[in-house]
Design a protein around this ligand. Structure first.
Ligand code: 4NP
Length: 161
């Protein structure tokens, strides 16, 4: 199994969207036995909560299912997951701090938009303080960047996926 963890701040908007989109694509590719993912936040603001209503509405519009409760990133995740994929630079810094504080190492910490070749802005914008259209914008960014990320995984694990 290749294990992917998507990370944002609250784990109710961006990273649950990423998790749901990734799972949907993996299912369509028939790779459920090879690739799994989860999502979490770097804060404790929303632990135990369902995704934001606007996240759920966005996924429903795209006919994609989700089953997730918010949780906080912890040091076991660093050992557990092969890829740690942050939504924005501050999430990535928080992941790197946790790795450093626990004297751990990880070779695969990325921003999801690093996999998009033609973008100047490497952050997935935080849609929390905006409207439903911000969530659709995040969806479109993740739909493309996750396709690119899956291509990256295929190249890195050619014999496997
Ligand atoms: P997320 O969005 O990190 O994409 O889940 C946010 C959710 C909650 C808050 C900020 C961003 N908050 O401040 O509560």
């Amino acid at each position: 199994m290749i294990k992917v963890l998507f990370v944002c701040l609250g784990n109710i908007c961006r990273s649950p969207l990423a998790e749901a989109i990734f799972n949907h694509k993996v299912k369509n590719l028939g790779l459920q036995q090879k690739l799994i993912c989860d999502s979490c936040g770097t804060s404790d603001y929303h632990i135990g909560e369902l995704p934001d209503e606007r996240t759920l509405a966005c996924l429903e519009n795209h006919k994609i299912a989700i089953n997730h409760r918010a949780r906080k990133l912890n040091r076991v995740d660093i050992r557990e997951f092969d890829y740690l994929i942050a939504m924005d630079q501050s999430n990535k810094e928080n992941i790197e701090q946790l790795i450093f504080k626990n004297s751990l190492k990880h070779n695969n910490v990325y921003l999801i938009r690093e996999f998009q070749p033609d973008t100047d802005n490497l952050d997935v914008p935080d849609p929390y303080y905006g409207g439903q259209d911000g969530f659709e914008n995040v969806y479109q960014i993740l739909d493309d960047s996750i396709d690119r990320f899956l291509e990256h995984i295929k190249v890195e694990h050619q014999e496997y996926v």
